[in-house]
Design a protein around this ligand. Structure first.
Ligand code: NAP
Length: 268
């Protein structure tokens, strides 16, 4: 595979979906900037991918929940003179339990990581892509974006933000050579994600897929003009059928299928 001339920056690359995306990018010859907090995991992954695929893999360990995090990531890329033509905003986390019980610190962190840093990373890296007349921003949303999910209310609201911003940007950037699209997975098999959220995975009543479906949806997104990519047929059916139903049952069913109520909590 011929090495590409640009870097793809993946946030949340230390594990789970972001790691799978980074591996796929490297296998296609894309150079990488790997961003997350876990310096050691990122360094191990960078060494492995550089060795296996001959790409340039850089590590930028940063807390995207901290004030100025995206700015420091951008400064790192500028200092290293990296041409970031693809930005994959994947870092994010969930919290399961009734909204009234969310600690304020958790609420602020989720708003920072899932929404503010995603928007700020996009704002920082877009001008360079627009100047070059090429590039893409991929935002990892969720099926939770399409309706409130009881027991995951704040998380679903942050993902609605992701989809709404992506839709508007995609149209704003039409004709610029820069694509923006969202990938919205249903539940993905990743115990780390559920443990962090306090979500008992065994209570989920819908199919749980592997991270490879997200990677494939991301590739379909690059190949098509679709603004929102849903990884599986089941995901597409869920979103389509809810348009035919009144809103309250849609929300109740989403909570039921997610198994995210207070009685379904898992020890964090
Ligand atoms: N798993 C699912 O069922 C599912 C379904 C739909 C959508 N999603 C979305 O997919 C994305 C990835 O989820 P995942 O399943 O791969 O979860 P994961 O395995 O827990 O990975 C989350 C990633 O985000 C990074 N991250 C979290 N907080 C951060 C912070 N403050 N600063 C920098 N990086 C941070 C983590 O790295 P560090 O801990 O090293 O910082 C990690 O790399 C998220 O946006 C999630 O909402 C997941």
């Amino acid at each position: 595979m011929k090495q590409k001339s640009f870097h793809t920056l993946v946030t949340g690359a230390s594990m789970g979906i972001g790691k799978a995306i980074a591996e796929d990018c490297a296998s296609r010859g894309e150079n990488l900037v790997l961003v997350a907090r876990s310096q050691e995991r990122l360094a191990g992954l960078a060494t492995e991918l550089a060795g296996r695929y001959g790409v340039d893999a850089r590590v930028c360990s940063e807390d995207l929940g901290a004030q100025g995090g995206p700015g420091r990531v951008f400064a790192f890329c500028e200092q290293e003179k990296l041409v970031v033509d693809r930005l994959v905003n994947c870092a994010g986390f969930s919290f399961t339990g009734n909204f009234v019980h969310i600690p304020q610190e958790e609420l602020l962190q989720m708003a920072m990581v899932n929404m503010v840093s995603l928007a700020d990373m996009t704002r920082l890296f877009l001008p360079g892509m627009l100047g070059r007349g090429r590039g893409a921003v991929v935002n990892i949303g969720s099926l939770a974006a399409f309706q409130g999910v009881p027991g995951m209310g704040l998380y679903s609201a942050t993902k609605s933000f992701v989809v709404t911003l992506t839709e508007a940007l995609a149209v704003e950037l039409k004709g610029s050579g820069v694509r923006v699209f969202a990938v919205c997975p249903g539940f993905i098999d990743n115990q780390q994600f559920y443990t962090r959220a306090g979500h008992d995975r065994t209570r989920i009543l819908v199919p749980v897929s592997g991270p490879e479906v997200v990677v494939r949806a991301l590739r379909r997104g690059f190949a098509s003009g679709t603004i929102v990519q849903m990884p599986t047929l089941f995901d597409r059916l869920m979103v389509f059928t809810q348009r035919l139903l009144p809103r309250r049952p849609v929300v109740m069913l989403a909570g039921f299928f997610a198994g995210a109520g207070e009685n379904n909590l898992h020890k964090r």
